[in-house]
Ligand binder design. Structure first.
Ligand code: C5P
Length: 310
């Protein structure tokens, strides 16, 4: 059988309200996710050998920083789909990165979501046994907080630890400039820093998504959406990586309607009025900020993880 490829898309949080730390080590979230049209390609190839994942390779943007063993979420995603069914194949996984690693854009989760879809397709062809959408979503929840969203894509409100999703019928195209940093940030460390800052300030008030939700449902223009973007993880990301303040300042003064840290950072996203402005903002940030690895433009919403037609 020939290889199966699936795309996994990046996400940005248009709003990210972080509540208190729960007993299970996660924070209660109220967030609005949007998928973006930058993606990783995950290819699953049936090979000879005992059932299970045999080898994982990575190429492309920031590939050196991506694990190639079972700690890679895509490896575990494939294992979950293959399960302990009889007659399952051995597979190799190859990931071609287009999403920055440890950038706050759910790159690892997108790889896991794409691996779920590609492995399920391999299994369907080899054994004739398909995986239902409900099974794939259950696997996604077991893999991580952002994996369910990257499986489904679009624009969705996420609650719980981010895995309880409600679709938002907001299809208007939004234009972004993105600034990818040279160094990544650790998501647990950014959450821990937020907790410490809140203890210091004596409050845990979290951001509210309701105004943004209403504006998205009303199909509001980018000028109305921009002041409603928010991210509770922005302040701790800036504490850990102070250079982000200058990147946000440069992007906003180059014409972006708003600049935000994406998720736990350090990628910065700039909402722009149109594609031309997004290119100009990306160029200005790349020219002025030396911490930047590269800039890119993107639009959202994009689809969830999806098979590439063969
Ligand atoms: O779910 P995931 O493995 O992606 O989460 C990575 C880490 O981010 C968690 O171990 C936790 O430290 C932090 N996190 C959190 N609250 C969430 C989601 C993630 O504290 N809702």
């Amino acid at each position: 059988m020939s290889p199966v490829t699936a795309l996994g898309h990046a996400k940005i949080n248009l709003a990210l309200g972080v509540g208190p730390l729960r007993a299970d080590g996660f924070h209660e979230l109220d967030t609005i996710f949007q998928s973006l049209d930058i993606h990783d390609r995950v290819t699953v190839t049936p090979v000879d050998g005992p059932p299970g994942v045999r080898r994982l390779t990575v190429a492309g943007l920031g590939a050196d920083a991506v694990p190639t063993d079972r700690t890679n979420l895509a490896w575990r995603a494939a294992e979950l789909v293959l399960g302990d069914l009889t007659g399952v194949p051995a597979v190799d996984i190859h990931i071609e990165k287009g999403i920055p690693t440890a950038g706050g854009m759910a790159g690892g989760s997108a790889d896991a979501a794409a691996a779920l879809r590609a492995t399920a397709e391999v299994l369907r062809v080899v054994t004739g046994t398909g995986s239902s959408e409900a099974q794939l979503l259950e696997h996604a929840r077991a893999l991580g907080s952002d994996v369910p969203f990257t499986l489904l894509g679009g624009t969705r409100r996420g609650t719980g630890r981010g895995e309880l999703l409600e679709e938002i019928p907001a299809t208007r195209t939004r234009h972004w400039a993105l600034a990818f940093n040279r160094r990544g940030l650790s998501t647990p460390e950014v959450f821990r820093t937020l907790d410490a800052m809140r203890v210091g300030a004596g409050c845990v008030a979290s951001g509210d998504t309701s105004e943004l939700l209403a504006a998205l449902l009303a199909d509001a223009g980018p000028e109305e959406i921009a002041p409603l973007l928010s991210n509770d993880l922005g302040a701790p990301a800036l504490r850990l990586s102070p250079g982000l303040a200058e990147i946000l300042r440069v992007g906003e003064s180059a014409g972006a309607l708003a600049g935000i840290v994406s998720g736990s950072g350090p990628t910065c996203g700039f909402l722009c009025a149109d594609a031309v402005t997004a290119r100009e903002v990306g160029g200005a940030v790349a020219g002025a900020c030396c911490d930047i690895r590269m800039t890119a433009t993107a639009t959202g919403p994009a689809p969830g993880a999806q098979l590439v037609p063969r």
